[in-house]
Design a protein around this ligand. Sequence first.
Ligand SMILES: [Zn+2]
Ligand SMILES: [Zn+2]
Length: 346
Amino acid sequence: MTTVAAYAAPAAKAPLERTTIERRAVREHDVLIDIKFAGICHSDIHQAQEGWGQATFPMVPGHEIAGVVSEVGPGVTKYQVGDRVGVGCLVDSCRECDNCKAGAEQHCTGGSVGTYNAVGKDGEITYGGYSQKVVVDENFVVRIPDGLSLDVAAPLLCAGITTYSPLKHWGAGPGKKVAVIGLGGLGHMGVKIAHALGAEVTVLSQSLRKKDDGLKLGADHYYATSDPKTFKELAGSFDLILSTVSAPLDFGAYLSLLRTGGALVNVGAPEEPIALNLFSLIGGNKTLAGSAIGGIAETQEMLDFCAEHGFGAEIELINADQINEAYERVQNSDVRYRFVIDTATI
Ligand SMILES: [Zn+2]
Ligand SMILES: [Zn+2]
């Protein structure tokens, strides 16, 4: 066991504070990672505040982890000391179910293990990336390509894969018109990735406040959804719409923006159920879909893709003592576009 400095929420809705946690000794297939940077995902806040149901405290959030391997178990074959690596939302799964075998560990039916606020197969609570070290099975570790700095790579481990996976699955690419709803942590990655895939990209945001940023990130067009003219002008124009927002939306209105056969895919979700007139799907053979992160192999593919295209996330680097302030700012949509903790300051 190793004692490691960390930032934890001692109870639901309580401010995070510095503490120490124990990390297990490296087992046969484990790697010990010296964490350098950890992104702040909106789901960290939901969980630290018990917004998604009962949670376990103290909680060390963080599933956007980038660091360097400092020790490997005797059975490790993929990594060596000094390798630059990342860990995302999962640290284990059953590895035997159809989904695991197909590389979709995030849909493991035998029980996947979250990076924090979960119970590992050894019965121990998992603690996330707001800490200086983590021990993870090598099969749930990905390699960060040399071309990517660790700080801008960290948010790719959740925000990157969450948008890359559905964009690939639903065929974003040359000749396709893709809209991204919301320009936040997820949305800004959706724009960058859809643009790099070769699609024509439109941002649909409440206002034009971030228009200059959106165009710089790779969007071809930018519309305010608060303007009713937007829905008239864009009717029937998109092959794919990716919704990254958790605010309640008029889904019927957004479905009207799809071409025949188009799909609206949700990676954000409103807390309340939605009401929908199904004729908005029937007319035009449209699809309303969802998507959850991505598997480990696909996460590696996404990192390689981002490195090849020369981009990471847009970040605001913070010290650990700014985490609580950062949480407030994320809740007020006041971040461009992801807070990343320099874990040396913990
Ligand atoms: Zn996340
Ligand atoms: Zn499984």
